[in-house]
Ligand binder design. Structure first.
Ligand SMILES: *Cc1c(COP(=O)(O)O)cnc(C)c1O
Ligand SMILES: [Zn+2]
Length: 369
């Protein structure tokens, strides 16, 4: 049994409904029977992709994903300094962590026999959807803000997707995509609204658990725009707690760009919901989300982990990108936010220096113009 279920009124919808939001306006989560991952088995597996966690994913062992996978997942941990490791998500087939969610989303669209999907993205999600869409033989219409990086747009176009450039804010882009979804009733391959996406991003945490020999770091530093990596990580941590494989949740230490930090502001004000703000302009285009749809869930996840959320300055982002490059690590500008966040967090919590911390390197350096 696999259903979408409304997080407000608990109405459920079959996946075939192509529903992307509840009729009550509520956001959807995914309901299905999953088994706990047997890490003693996956540890020995020669399958070097996230699909080795199939028991905990909403697919069968023999299923459409086999024709679509590009070997995504199983990214390395790179030592940054004593106790600090970075998980190099730029090793993914489309050079960002978005492959984790996109491959599941497109595999599901294929399973539902969709021949067209629509998505909106600031770049990396759209690129990943376009690549797996091409593999699946599904036509992709990708809406991007006209300010998106040229490199990302070229990548999307190369995979044969139709690009729709939308002037104005990231929110305008989402509106244009949703208007086309409503008009065509196509599958909305949204990394934000469709909960299948985060079933893929949760494998980020499974991999860390396996790479650290069945342990967790004390904290994960996670960048937040729409929170798709953060929510995936949180779901995985909850699963591992529920199955008794961990007995304490690592802290989720979230980071936003100070110039566009609606979730950080809501957290600091002690609110449970996130008010849209005006994006004051940031180089971190990949997380410049002024009105995050899943703000309430993100706040809840951070609080439940005993975590925190901070903003980082433009200056510190540029500095962090240069500093990483001088360690041999070339990331896109948005991705430098995570290291800037780490440096800021150890000022805020000096005890963190003695603790194990992991942050992702979300996207490759050549993605930035
Ligand atoms: C998508 C993305 C993020 C943040 O992800 P959200 O799901 O929007 O929170 C961070 N960095 C890079 C490079 C990304 O592509
Ligand atoms: Zn509802």
């Amino acid at each position: 049994m696999l259903n979408y279920i409304c997080i407000n009124c608990k109405s459920s919808y079959p996946l075939e409904s192509h529903q992307w939001k509840c009729d009550c306006g509520g956001l959807l989560s995914l309901e299905y029977e999953k088994e706990a991952v047997d890490f003693s088995e996956t540890f020995l597996s020669r399958q070097h992709s996230l699909w080795k966690y199939i028991d905990a994913l909403p697919f069968e062992k023999e299923d459409v994903w086999q024709e679509i996978t590009l070997g995504e997942g199983d990214t390395p941990l790179i030592k940054i300094s004593e106790n600090v490791y970075a998980k190099a998500e730029y090793y993914m087939p489309t050079l960002s962590f978005k492959d984790r969610g996109a491959v599941l989303l497109i595999a599901m669209a294929k399973k539902l026999k969709a021949n067209r999907v629509i998505a909106d993205s600031s770049g990396n999600a759209g690129t990943a959807i376009a690549a797996y869409g091409a593999r699946a033989g599904i036509q992709c219409d990708i809406f991007v803000p006209d300010s998106a990086s040229n490199k990302k747009m070229k990548q999307i176009e190369a995979h044969g997707a139709v690009i729709h450039k939308v002037p104005g804010t990231r929110e305008n882009t989402a509106k244009a995509a949703i208007a086309m979804v409503e008009k065509t009733n196509a599958f909305y391959a949204s990394h934000i609204y469709n909960p299948i996406f985060r079933e893929g991003t949760k494998t980020f945490v499974y991999e860390v658990f396996e790479q650290m020999n069945g342990k967790m770091p004390d904290a994960f530093i996670i960048p937040v725009g729409n929170g798709t990596l953060l929510m995936g990580a949180y779901i995985a941590l909850r699963e591992l707690m529920a199955s008794g494989q961990i007995d304490k949740m690592p802290k989720i230490l979230a980071v936003q760009a100070e110039n566009c930090a609606p979730i950080e502001q809501a957290f600091a004000a002690g609110r449970n919901t996130v008010e849209p703000i005006d994006n004051a302009g940031t180089l971190a285009e990949g997380i410049a989300i002024a009105a995050p749809a899943r703000g309430t869930e993100i706040l809840q996840a951070i609080r439940e982990s005993g975590g925190d959320i901070i903003g980082v300055t433009e200056e510190s982002i540029i500095h962090a990108r240069d500093a990483l490059a001088l360690k041999g690590i070339y990331v896109e500008i948005t991705s430098a936010v995570n290291y800037a966040g780490y440096l800021r967090y150890i000022e805020k919590y000096p005890e963190l220096k003695e603790q194990q911390v992991i942050f992702p390197l979300c996207g490759a350096g050549i993605k930035s113009d």
